[in-house]
Ligand binder design. Sequence first.
Ligand code: GLA
Length: 513
Amino acid sequence: MFKRSRFLFLIPLLAAAVALRFYAADVTGHWLAEMHLPDGQTRQTSLFLKADGTKVTGYMSASNADPAAISEATITGDQIRFSVERDNYGEMRTTKYTGTLDAAQTELTMHMPGPNGSTRDLLFKRVSTEAPGPMPAPKAKLTLPPAADVPSNGLAKTPPMGWNSWNKFARKVSDELIRETADAMASNGMKDAGYQYVNIDDTWEAGRDAQGNIQSNEKFPDMKALADYVHSKGLKIGIYSSPGPKTCAGYEGSFQHEEQDARTFAAWGIDYLKYDWCSASQVYDYHSMQAAYAKMGKALQNSGRPIVYSLCQYGLLHSSEWGPKVGGNLWRTTGDISDNWASMSRIGFDQQHELTRFAKPGGWNDPDMLEIGNGGMTDTEYRTHMSLWSLLAAPLLAGNDLRSVPPSIMTILTNKEVIAVDQDPLGKEATRVAKDGTTEVWARPLKGGSYAVGLFNRGSAAAKVTVKWSDVGVTSEAQVRDLWKHSDEGKSIGEFSAEVPSHGVVMLRVQPS
Ligand code: GLA
């Protein structure tokens, strides 16, 4: 028989659950989180919140972004959730946040969305319990008038090849490292394979002298002497700056000193400038991005020295369309690459195929620098990286320590047959011509009527990949050469198949008979 008394113990539990459902900790106040970035900078993010029962209002502000109102905000028990809508360079983007308040109500752990679906916890500490005032207006920003097109500088008829300090060394770049890298490049086979630029990335800058001339810091005692040294090795030298007041690592940028800095770079003997948006987002209305890049494009040309111009603004605002109009020789198409398969394959396979029509001699899509040899991928994956970047007619900027390159990595970086595809004078970037599950075929026409073809396998097991000549544009039988085996594979009619390892590639040069 049903005994009511047996279930009486449920009543307090239910009551507790109901009470918990309507209990809301009071999160009213200012909460501050400090994030220490790998490059040494500290970024502050604040939450200004006002709780009214389970409803929360307020805004979020960060040192590098305009304040943004929070919406759909609630707190249930110790769990807070809200959304923030932001104008991300013309696209309204909603980000959902969740967080947990500690028992003492002094710490709030927010689960912050990171790149590509990841989350990371950010600890906010309560700074005050005062209800916030109205959200401050965003800082007024400069609007530049649209700029006249900057004529082509005639450089980079094929994608630039060289090395850049950032991927491996970040802030640990110095005069000594650049000299040693130049020595290595000149003697270890890299220069022979076509690598030419030795590029200093962020953190070389000091402030300005009384006349406003940019100074190098103690890591670079004499830029002119360093450039002379690199030139003495038959190589070229590159440098880095930003259209904003500060670079991404917080060093001096070229804001309102564009002409002066271009003249300084030219006087030092600089051959290549990477110009990184960074803090420009805090001073310019983002519609001024093209004009801000045109300013430096013009300044470089006025400097009288041929300087390759590399735009680094992460592909924002369709830079492939206007890169050439600001005098750019290459323009980044995505956020930063990391030394892992997920990052490299996402950038290379998923984020380029819409853009391939924009590449041409003198102006190249830049899917970011190479990670080959930095240790986060297998040699098979690095071969895929090298093959894909070469098919994409991408700048080939090695990012590893050139002073000690294991033979297997050197073989990948200096495969002349693959590099010849990258450097093909026709300058046509590959497109994806077939996709079947996790396998993809990419192909590009080469000067003289042949084609470069990549058979890729993104899957976790080996797979047979077939390229149909009709997908590539070949109508006859064709001679096939394997560019990693360095072997002629004979004639094929209609199609060609190969077993491709997981995350691997078979790269071919196909000559119609
Ligand atoms: C940005 C760029 C990187 C590198 C760093 C330096 O993140 O995209 O390539 O130049 O800045 O701070």
